[in-house]
Design a protein around this ligand. Structure first.
Ligand SMILES: Nc1ncnc2c1ncn2[C@@H]1O[C@H](COP(=O)(O)OP(=O)(O)O)[C@@H](O)[C@H]1O
Ligand SMILES: [Mg+2]
Length: 259
């Protein structure tokens, strides 16, 4: 059997008495696209934080490409190809698209003065920036000031910034939150067209959007994994309907947009 590219084993993250993530195990094959679903407070973002190194788990192991990264810094993980977007927008509104991208590229460079450097990106970095903008549907928008963009375009820019180091794992935390239906459709297209060898984990509140984009689904509740299944199994899973949707399947499908 081929080895998983990402493997979490019995991850527990505790905040005081609360186990925000409680003994979660999960593994992904290279190129797999996984949705993590679940109600607010289920522990999805905390699980992302354990994968990126924003927090270290109280127990358990994170293995990435065959090596243990459980207590590795986020910066080192980023260098090993682990990238993420944030649930809350994380852009410099007064700066241009190109300047935000430069900061993202610089954030990955080794120098601690990188963020303040006046020097230009290397040719390789510039090529990565151009490729990341193209993949995110923002080619040609380099000079645009971020705060003048629509919210949807800003979320696209966040995807571009996460793609700039050519990651091998991309974690998207509610990328479609707050978007209009047409902006959602556009973002779904962008995610669908990402390179097939990029391993993807998508936290998304919009279940129809998520299920249209992934190969497999993990459903969390109260810090634990309650279901792991294919998108088609999730659509008809009674437990998921109960805890996550809280309304009958037919009603949900009747007003479901198609992505
Ligand atoms: N830094 C923190 N300190 C204390 N509690 C936290 C912290 N981060 C998250 N939590 C709590 O952990 C639980 C899981 O949160 P979170 O991972 O953000 O859930 P989700 O992303 O699924 O909505 C929630 O009860 C939340 O209030
Ligand atoms: Mg969250």
């Amino acid at each position: 059997m081929p080895e998983a590219i990402l493997a979490l084993t019995d991850i527990t993250v505790q905040f005081g008495a609360l186990k925000a993530v409680n003994q979660v195990s999960l593994s992904l094959m290279a190129g797999e696209r996984r949705a993590v679903l679940g109600p607010n407070g289920a522990g999805k973002t905390t699980l992302f934080n354990a994968i990126t190194g924003a927090i270290f788990p109280n127990a358990g192991r994170v293995m990435w490409e065959g090596g243990e990264i459980t207590r590795m810094s986020p910066q080192r993980r980023a260098h090993r190809g682990v990238a993420r977007t944030f649930q809350i927008t994380n852009l410099f509104g007064q700066l241009s698209v190109a300047e935000n991208m430069r900061l993202a590229a610089r954030g990955l460079s080794a120098s601690k003065f990188a963020l303040f450097g006046q020097d230009r990106l290397s040719a390789a970095q510039s090529a990565q920036v151009a490729a990341a903008l193209a993949m995110s549907g923002l080619a040609g928008q380099e000079a645009v000031i971020v705060k003048t963009m629509s919210y949807g375009e800003q979320r696209q820019l966040e995807v571009a910034m996460a793609l700039v180091g050519t990651p091998r794992l991309l974690l998207l935390d509610e990328p479609a939150a707050g978007l209009s239906p047409s902006e959602r459709g556009r973002l779904a297209e962008i995610i669908r067209n990402l390179p097939r060898d990029l391993t993807l984990v998508l936290i998304e509140h919009d279940m129809d959007l998520a299920l249209a984009l992934v190969d497999s689904v993990t459903v969390m509740q109260n810090g634990q994994v309650i279901v792991e299944a294919s998108p088609s199994e999730i659509r008809t899973n009674a437990l998921v309907q109960d805890v996550y949707l809280g309304k009958p399947h037919e009603v949900r499908l009747s007003d479901a947009p198609t992505y």
